[in-house]
Design a binder for this molecule. Structure first.
Ligand code: NAD
Ligand code: TYD
Length: 351
């Protein structure tokens, strides 16, 4: 049996990845290492928690001893590293946690892999999951390619950029077999409602204001989370060592367009009068250093490995709204407690 370590498997993308791997690869034991921060939730993995090839290990990726113990216990063949602090707004108010987990945590895992594999790297792989935000902000034209100069502008993206550099340094310096992917904004079920799409759907349902930063003209390139997962699977198995692959589905949308679309889908699905949700749109103070536009050129992944997304943007949005409307209890659970305090502080209005 092969053993694969997935870090951050209780989070948004991680839980989709764990579910996919556990079901598709019954001969691989999937070990999910997660600290269960506010963003990690074992409810996300209820349907696979009893699978014979799945194990959950609670722990912090910065904890050297704990990480070494797990490498010793399971003798991992591969690592897929997703654990991170992932929200830009939180990185603006508390950068240190991002330095700790995203940078120090990544190096802790790299060191553990190197030590456990004893510089005999045959059949081993360290896969680092990263973001397009490392490339900075685009103007009206152009795309991020794998050779675009790094130019991170938020504490979050700077910490991810730093971790990417360290992963590459371990490839060049020690020969550690690594691969990196940089993906655009994901959407889908199980995303923590601090991020734009689930936040807006949840607020529409509860007749709460829909906060739009600045003028709502910023552009993000949206990818359905299961298509990110299929890219990770492909890159893990077929990607060239030491390489970077950009992942994105060419779905560039201005925030205001996206929010209005969500308003109309949710109104329709809840049987509310057309235009009701749009009345909730509230322009609020812009995010500090708000990147204007992200857009990914994923032609390397498409041409070299044959990846293609499975759903269109329109299909993905319908599926996503359905998911949140059908998972009221999940939303209620994750938005109780600390979320209320975060929300009040972030938006200076009552949740
Ligand atoms: P998330 O915030 O939903 O989940 C992060 C997970 O990591 C949580 O389960 C959390 O408990 C865990 N974690 C945090 N700190 C930890 C620590 N010190 N030790 C162990 N576990 C810890 O994040 P996500 O949106 O699923 O993103 C996953 C990865 O994908 C991140 O590395 C992120 O940078 C990258 N990424 C995300 C997007 C996106 O749109 N969400 C796009 C591209 C890349
Ligand atoms: P977000 O989901 O936080 O992802 P990221 O910042 O990593 O791209 O935000 C997506 C876009 O939506 C971004 O341009 C910021 C904007 N936004 C708002 O306008 N209002 C909000 O309440 C949030 C959370 C985001």
């Amino acid at each position: 049996m092969k053993n694969v370590l997935i870090t951050g498997g209780a989070g948004f993308i991680g839980s989709h990845l764990v579910r996919h791997w556990v079901k598709k690869y019954p001969d691989t034991r999937v070990v999910n290492l997660d600290k269960l921060t506010y963003a990690g939730n074992l409810e996300n993995l209820k349907d696979v928690e009893n699978a014979p090839n799945y194990v959950f290990e609670k722990g912090d990726i910065v904890d050297e001893k704990r990480v070494a113990e797990l490498f010793e216990k399971y003798r991992f063949d591969g690592v897929i590293h997703l654990a991170a602090e992932s929200h830009v707004d939180r990185s603006i108010s508390n950068p240190m946690e991002f330095i700790r987990t995203n940078i120090v945590g990544t190096v802790t895992l790299l060191n553990a892999a190197r030590a456990a594999w004893k510089d005999n790297f045959d059949g081993k792989l360290f896969y680092h999951v990263s973001t397009d935000e490392v490339y900075g902000s685009l103007g009206k034209d152009g795309f991020f390619s794998e050779t675009t100069r790094y130019d991170p502008r938020s504490p979050y993206s700077a910490s991810k950029a730093s971790s990417d550099h360290l992963v590459r340094a371990y490839f060049h310096t020690y020969g550690l077999p690594v691969v990196i992917s940089n993906c655009s904004n994901n959407y889908g079920g199980y995303q923590f409602p601090e991020k734009l799409i689930p936040l807006v759907i949840n607020n529409i349902r509860n007749h709460k204001p829909l906060p739009i930063y600045g003028k709502g003209e910023n552009v993000r390139d949206w990818l359905f989370v299961e298509d990110h997962v299929s890219a990770i699977d492909l890159i893990f198995h077929k990607g060239r060592k030491g390489e970077t692959y950009n992942v994105g589905g060419h779905n560039e949308k201005q925030n205001i367009f996206l929010v209005k679309l969500l308003c109309s889908i949710v109104d329709r699905k809840l049987g509310r009068p057309e235009g009701e949700a749009e009345k909730l749109i509230t322009y609020v103070q812009d995010r500090a250093g708000h990147d204007l536009r992200y857009a990914i050129d994923s032609s390397k992944l498409v041409n070299e490995l044959g990846w293609k997304p499975s759903v269109t943007f329109e299909q993905g949005m319908e599926l996503t709204v359905d998911w949140y409307l059908n998972h009221e209890e999940w939303l209620r659970n994750v938005t109780s407690g600390d979320y209320q305090k975060y929300y009040e502080k972030q938006y200076k209005i009552n949740a």
